[in-house]
Structures are given as structure tokens and as C-alpha cells.
Design a protein around this ligand. Sequence first.
Ligand SMILES: C[S@@+](CC[C@H](N)C(=O)[O-])C[C@H]1O[C@@H](n2cnc3c(N)ncnc32)[C@H](O)[C@@H]1O
Length: 175
Amino acid sequence: MNTLKNWLMVLFVAVCSGAYAQQPDLDVPYVPTKQETVEEMLKLAGVKPGDVVYDLGCGDGRIVITAAQKFGATGVGVDLNPQRIKEANANAKAAGVTDKVRFVEGNLFDFDFSKANVVTMYLLPSVNLKLRPKLQKELKPGSRIVSHDFDMGDWPAEKTIEVGSDTIYLWTIGN
Ligand SMILES: C[S@@+](CC[C@H](N)C(=O)[O-])C[C@H]1O[C@@H](n2cnc3c(N)ncnc32)[C@H](O)[C@@H]1O
């Protein structure tokens, strides 16, 4: 009995450490944006039908799904965590927008977002700064970027609004 218990314990520890080892090396932990803030981010970016919204680090997909469902846009979300991509796909299905959105498991630093004309982010100050040259290089003139809570250092936002305890920043890519 003791031997079986010990074996089960070893198996349990092995499974847990295996699962831990498979956790992706995230640059930002998962903290979802409140739905009210999601909608204000999309309004601040002026999202409308025809726009292509990319959420970098998309979590459960709520920003891209809302952009499709309530603003008539199409969208793509990328996240390094496969669990988030599973949730995002399930949420898109439940919302009836699988023909308008797509979720990709991958690293946002390796992701081509040149087809976006709206980019949304809820990352960290250091990650925003690291991403800034890629955003400025890949996005077409007139593309809008909205960031929840964090700015982009000495690139001044053209608009900043408060939604409850959240701050949202807007930039537009110039010519
Ligand atoms: C603060 S959450 C924001 C989630 C969602 N955008 C929202 O606002 O509700 C950050 C997300 O970025 C993802 N993430 C962290 N590092 C990443 C990376 N290098 N590439 C892609 N996704 C990443 C995390 O898995 C997490 O889902």
C-alpha cells in the first residue's frame, strides 16, 4: 500500500513538474482588460467596419471578439500561451464571429502585424518600448495603436483617457 502511495506521489510530482516545464516563457502575465475598457479602447481607436484589429498578447480574445461583434471589424489575436488561444477560439465560437477573427499561438515579437490598421496592447512599459520600433516599421501610415495602462516613453500619445482606474493611450502612425 505504502509503495503504491509512494509511486502515485512520484507520478503526481512528475506530472506537475512536466506541466510546469511546459509553461511558455511569458513577457507579461495574463490579466484581462475589463469589458468597459475594451469598448473604450476600440472607440478611442475609432474602429469601424473594414478595419483590421490585431491584439498583441490577446489573452482570451475579448478585444478582437468585441471589435468584430460590436464594431464590425475583422481581427487577429496572438498569444504565446496555448491555453489562452484555446479560450479565445472557444469565445469566438460562442460569440458567432469565427468568420471574422483568428487566433494564433506565437510570440508577438516574431509576429507580422503589417496587415493591421489598428493594434491594441495591454503589456508592460518595458515590452511597449521594445515593441515600439517594430510597430513604427511595420504599420502603415494612419494605423492607430491603443495601449491599456502603459505609454511608450518619449513617443507622446496624441490622446489619453481615463476609464475608471484604467488609462488608455492612442497613437497614430504618421507618414
Ligand atoms: C495583460 S494580458 C492582456 C490580455 C488581453 N490583451 C486583454 O487585454 O484582455 C497579456 C497577455 O500577453 C500574453 N503574452 C505575454 N508575453 C507574450 C509574448 N511574448 N508573445 C505573445 N503573447 C504574450 C500573455 O499570455 C497574456 O495573455
